[in-house]
Write a protein that binds this ligand. Sequence first.
Ligand code: FRU
Length: 492
Amino acid sequence: DTYDETYRPQVHYSPPTQWMNDPNGMVYFEGEYHLFYQYYPDSNVWGPMHWGHAVSPDLLEWENLPIALYPDSLGWIFSGSAVVDHDNTSGLGTDDQPPLVAIFTYHNDPLEKAGRDDFQYQGIAYSTDRGRTWTKYAGNPVVPNEEPIRDFRDPKVIWDAEREQWLMVFAAQDHVMFWRSDNLIDWEHLSDFGKTYGAHGGVWECPDIFPLQVEGSDETKWVLLLSINPGGPNGGSATQYFVGDFDGTDFTLDPDFATEVSDSAAVWLDYGRDNYAGVTWSDVPKEDGRRIFIGWMSNWDYARDVPTTVWRSAMTVPRTLSLQQTAEGYRLFSNPIAELTQLRGAPEMFHGEPSLELTTASGAHELELVYALDESVTTPFGVALRNAEGDALEIGYDPERKAFYSDRRGAGANDFADSFAPDRTWAPRLSSSDTLRMHLIFDRASVELFADGGSTVVTEIFFPIESLDQLTAVGDNPVIEGTSYPLRSIWK
Ligand code: FRU
């Protein structure tokens, strides 16, 4: 594969061929960031799941490795996580060679087809050769589905340093379950969270939990990420989150946060339609200290139908998450990892009503746009990205609705699924600053908007035959300060 096909992302991870969904098992170990992913090597639609595998020294350039986990007699390999078992608590490595341990869901298709409810349960596998080969634990499953619960999946394991215990969170239909262990093998149920909080328009999937320091303070809060399908703010699948505290047994919502959420409202990590099942890296070095996130850049509404051949789906750019105290309470901010600036070529500056040709060899570029907001600005403004075929993608802000929008209705192929581009996508603005900032990462077939320092995020895919490289103004609010950068391909 050349990574140069029509629509092939140039600054995003995508699998060499065939179907990919959720990112899995992200862990940093001995100089490598591992990215595993839900993979079906026999087709470019979803099927019996494996874990595909890639590694990167810098989260930019990826080396594809052989499939890490294959289905076995216990089932297909669904989503999960991985950790470095530094003290060899599992006994699956040695003191000199701590094992990498992957914790995943087995999905037993014959049991499901037989009409049973206990067809998902959690298993583990380990590697003592830097993730190159994996052995399934002989005593699997480590968390059987005894109750049983039909949707019982996507374990994320972290080391809870305060209590010196392994903590597992996974999704159980309409809530998450917390379990604890001393050795990653014997697990004990601690508590449940979520039945009466957050959005419940669909099944709960792919949780993540981590402590995060509140910016500019020495306070630490716990963040719970939670993907749901369907029920997203603009349709289909999306990821909400909760901020609270964890005492070693129970997760409790922060009182300020609690007033914000109910059965009908939620706080979303990303308002775009194409950021799902995202979780964060384990074992990022303490000196680094970042909480790094990556999501699947698609939506279950149409993921199987998008017009790519050879491969299907890409990941978002890796993002740094931060927690900030805002007028609305604690909120997660997302920004592209700093490493991404290494892909930049020479900047071009502009202002006023932009009309320029974005010269990029790869088809990927980055834009920073600064606008002033005052009462005189009442109608939508922003930018459109066009090509010679007449395709146009619009990204802007509507002062009356106090919301950003993305409009991909005219941005290329969209007749493959009715659910793909029925309308604009809307994202409420969190900031109330009178300076409005849009930071945009464009690839051949995606846009990621990080507005106002990462407080409002929109990720969307689109499919123009030719790259969108003509930048024009929408509305009549001039750009005060504009910068564009070509981005070089990570696939060289
Ligand atoms: C989320 C999900 C997970 C599951 C996996 C199966 O997209 O449905 O809940 O483990 O995909 O591929």
